[in-house]
Design a protein around this ligand. Sequence first.
Ligand SMILES: CC(C)(COP(=O)(O)OP(=O)(O)OC[C@H]1O[C@@H](n2cnc3c(N)ncnc32)[C@H](O)[C@@H]1OP(=O)(O)O)[C@@H](O)C(=O)NCCC(=O)NCCS
Length: 140
Amino acid sequence: MVGPSDDQVLADLLDRIDSTYFRPHPMTPDEAHRIATRDGRDLYLLGYADEEAVAYGMLRGWDEGYPTPSLGVAVRTDRTRLGYGRAMMLALHAAARSNGSDRVRLRVNPANVAALSLYRSLGYRPAAFERGELVMYFDL
Ligand SMILES: CC(C)(COP(=O)(O)OP(=O)(O)OC[C@H]1O[C@@H](n2cnc3c(N)ncnc32)[C@H](O)[C@@H]1OP(=O)(O)O)[C@@H](O)C(=O)NCCC(=O)NCCS
């Protein structure tokens, strides 16, 4: 879980993520600081490999009162296709379950082939189109 001491690690990771289709929040050091020092139920996770932060995961919406959190996932550009995205998804599912949710949702740009393949392979089902993006759900 991202905490106050992860400020710099998160800032470095955000800088190394392909944000073509991943802009859940500003990808800046200021935003990394805000996330690392925040309070609340929403969850931000870091995934490590060989002591390096390689994956980023989010479950947001609980703070706003939604029962179903919105999931976000990203892997460092130079560490993709190594299974870290899938591993982060499984960690996020476990975290959502242990926080009392029975499903998660996400939005994905239909042109984001990597993400769409990952979600489909896990069993996510499309539900709607929202602002040009596909809304998908997964029952935990
Ligand atoms: C989407 C993303 C998180 C996938 O992470 P990853 O670590 O590369 O994924 P994994 O190695 O765990 O791959 C899991 C599966 O996803 C699919 N996948 C991943 N990258 C893919 C690609 N470039 N093309 C097609 N399928 C892909 C495959 O089904 C893959 O399984 P396989 O390797 O057994 O074939 C990563 O590409 C990323 O960070 N993209 C930028 C941020 C982003 O767009 N996030 C999602 C916003 S909705």
